[in-house]
Design a protein around this ligand. Sequence first.
Ligand code: FES
Length: 293
Amino acid sequence: MWEYTEKLKEHFFNPRNVGEIKNPDGIGEVGSLACGDALKLTFNLDENGRIKDAKFKTFGCASAIATSSVLTEMIKGLTLDEAARVTNKDIADYLGGLPEQKMHCSVMGREALEAAIENYRTGGRKKRELEGKVVCTCFGVTEKEIERVITENDLTTVEQVTNYCKAGGGCGGCKGEIEKIIEKVQGDKAKAAAAAAPPKTGKLTNIKKIQLIQQTINEQIRPALRAHGGNIELIDVEGNKVIVAFRGMCAQCQVAEFTLKEVVQARLREFVSDHIFVQEQGDSTQQPHNHRG
Ligand code: FES
């Protein structure tokens, strides 16, 4: 049984804007019945170029109905440029979250909206064409789409990519390629973060330091641990002491102490401050070594 938010259930039991607009300005159709869900979105504009009305028809689960319903509500009153900036994360956030296995419903909503906007702008009335190289032939998912869900949702595993866009969820033949795309996107993000990081000699405010620690964990440390079935959570920061908790495989790992010092602490010293000392939650035996500041 999925854990659904009250808002999601409310939109599922009372979906808004179900149907199809007659003579719409834009039509977007995505998915296919063969893949288990499909969505058709139509909209009309008012005289100022804002979305006056939007309706949807979907064949899918409770999440597909609820995400389509909120999407039509969210875009009413927006210009097409504003609507084009709505991400799948915005849709999921609006619902108070979605089970990760259902995130592809929010992606389908965003794709239908993009297809409808493109349909309005180009005047065509055909289904959205796949752009770029198709990586997952089972579900017709392109490299560009996979890169986008990874970037926008900070995904680090193939399983997550499957949850968000279905790629990899069929024969599994594309999983190796998806892994390479994750490595490339996360590698690029890490480089960009390193380039943007302030020089370590600069004085950090507490808030900036905590943000930088969290960012380094998200972008530099967690992907490496997840590759081995583990995870890490930032628990607290007290001055230069960073308290973390290992999860998944890392929690029972024989070399957790090594990982703590040589991976977690080393990365935080590299990206945040030479004075960082990392301690595992509940372990008061570890003490900093002459690090002040
Ligand atoms: S090619 Fe992607 S699951 Fe089959």
